[in-house]
Design a protein around this ligand. Structure first.
Ligand SMILES: *Cc1c(COP(=O)(O)O)cnc(C)c1O
Length: 486
């Protein structure tokens, strides 16, 4: 039920503080509303109940297990949130001069340095506001680097077929041609194909390691050598660092440019397109191209660098300092964890994933890459269930919702048919992981005894199974009085 449907003329919430009439004298006449806005007329208690009920319909990390592979929906400590929301941070205007923003700038400066240390890069910019924007900044820097070297023939970006869709999209947006590199059945990059594809036309290779197949690329040093010897650069998609945090560093693997999603690994809840950060780090030779603003420290004063300080910079990606709240959460998270804490993130993220993978195998589910250890995530393929029982990965995903679990990532990576990409994260207890595996087993049993229960799920949610194409193409969320008269 919509709040408008609770509305009764004249019903109001009594003001509990003096009402100050807004001064609208500055607003040009043609923009001033002639009729009263059609707001719902409800009592305060009705409004409270309405929104509380709605909030309880959400699947959220605060209420449910959310094993969303690649994307990481992990628990974000409350302290990060409350400290990032201290009044001094919240009420700081983005145009405040640097000399009155020293505390905030100090946090940003230290965050840049901590990211450099944790990733093994020479410099970091906090400007990008999403993973995809970080990739855009990274490939723009690579493009600027080759241009500065008058190396104009490099028109191609290599992307393994296991990559996140944003990788080829980014390369294309930056004006490169994308060449796909095949992956072996064991999850590693096909080195022969890579050697053949690499040459004087290669601008860069974009790689995710551990890959979205949930395994660590063991030949990374060879890969780096092949690309570097051909004069190309190595781009690291570090959207999700949970498996390697504190253990190994992309810089040490040979990567020249990296983005990391602070909203996946470093304590900002995300989903639904909420605020993010795709901070970018570079090796020393790419430092001049980093996007602005960058925070420097000179004579104990923090300062935002501008185009005058960094004439080769690819420029600004937004009006101000990226998503400041996300950056603060990441800063506090890293300070809370320290080096030991970060190592434990990687240890528990991989332990949980490997435990679940072993459980999946024990319970007779088919693993996508059974011979490999999992990173922070792993894949099961429901190919057999689909052909023998006629229930798909999507049916499993929908039925999981009835059983109180958010669905894992489905049908990604595209290489594995009928797949579920499962990422338990470091913060879940063993009982939760067991409960989820029980649920998968229960669904497989239901598929044998009562398949319709599975293929028509979910049954317990406010919205049942949607026509996904219409839901995506003809999404209509507007409430109009003409359509709901009376
Ligand atoms: C999430 C993700 C991205 C994109 O990040 P956004 O913040 O959603 O733009 C890129 N690569 C990988 C591997 C990801 O998991």
């Amino acid at each position: 039920m919509l709040i408008h449907e609770h509305s009764k003329p004249g019903r109001i919430g009594a003001p509990q503080a003096p009402v100050v009439k807004a001064d609208i004298s500055d607003i040009p006449e043609q923009f001033v509303r002639k009729e009263r806005a059609r707001l719902p007329e409800v009592s305060e208690l009705q409004a409270v109940r309405h929104y509380t009920r709605l909030s309880k319909k959400n699947f959220s990390i605060d209420t449910h297990f959310y094993p969303l592979g690649s994307c990481t929906m992990k628990y974000n400590p409350r302290a990060c949130n409350s400290l990032a929301m201290l009044p001094g941070f919240l009420s700081r205007h983005p145009l405040t001069p640097d000399r009155y923003s020293q505390g905030f700038l100090a946090c940003m400066y230290e965050l840049q340095s901590m990211l450099c240390n944790a990733m093994g890069m020479a410099a970091f910019s906090l400007a990008p506001m999403a993973g995809a924007q970080g990739e855009f900044a990274g490939i723009k820097m690579i493009s600027a680097y080759h241009k500065a070297n008058k190396d104009d023939a490099r028109k191609e970006v290599l992307v393994p077929d296991a990559a996140h869709g944003t990788n080829p999209a980014t390369a294309t947006m930056c004006g490169f041609t994308v060449k796909e590199i095949p992956t072996l059945d064991n999850g590693d990059v096909n080195l022969d194909a890579l050697r053949q594809a690499t040459g004087p036309q290669t601008a860069a290779l974009m790689l995710t390691n551990p890959s979205t197949l949930g395994v660590f690329e063991r030949q990374i040093e060879k890969i780096a050598a092949i690309v570097h010897e051909a004069g190309g650069l190595l781009y690291y998609d570090g959207a999700n660092l949970n498996a390697i945090l504190g253990k190994i560093r992309p810089g040490d693997m040979g990567f020249d440019v990296i983005h990391t999603n602070l909203h996946k690994t470093f304590s900002t809840p995300h989903g639904g397109g909420g605020p993010g950060s795709g901070a970018v780090g570079v090796a020393a030779r790419l430092e001049p191209f980093l996007p602005l603003p960058l925070i420097s420290k000179e004579n104990n004063q923090y300062r935002s660098l501008t185009g005058q300080d960094a004439p080769q910079s690819i420029g600004y990606l937004s009006a101000f300092m990226g998503n400041a709240g996300v950056l603060l959460r990441a800063y506090i998270y890293m300070r809370l964890l320290g080096k030991t804490g970060m190592e434990r993130v990687a240890e528990f993220a991989t332990l949980n994933a490997n435990y679940m993978m072993a459980e999946a195998k024990r319970r007779g589910f088919q693993l996508a890459i059974p011979e490999r250890r999992a990173s922070h995530e792993f894949i099961i393929t429901l190919k057999k269930e689909a052909s023998e029982l006629h229930v798909t990965a999507m049916d499993f995903a929908k039925r999981l919702l009835d059983l109180g679990y958010h669905a894992p990532t489905t049908y990604f990576p595209l290489l594995v048919p009928e797949c579920l990409l499962i990422e338990p994260t470091e913060s879940e207890a063993k009982e939760v992981l067991d409960g989820f595996m029980d649920a998968l087993e229960q669904i497989r049993e239901e598929a044998k005894t009562d398949p319709e229960l599975v293929t028509t799920a979910p049954h317990t949610l406010p919205v049942q199974r949607l026509d996904e194409v219409s839901a995506a193409r003809n999404l209509d969320l507007a409430w109009k009085t003409e359509r709901h008269p009376g």
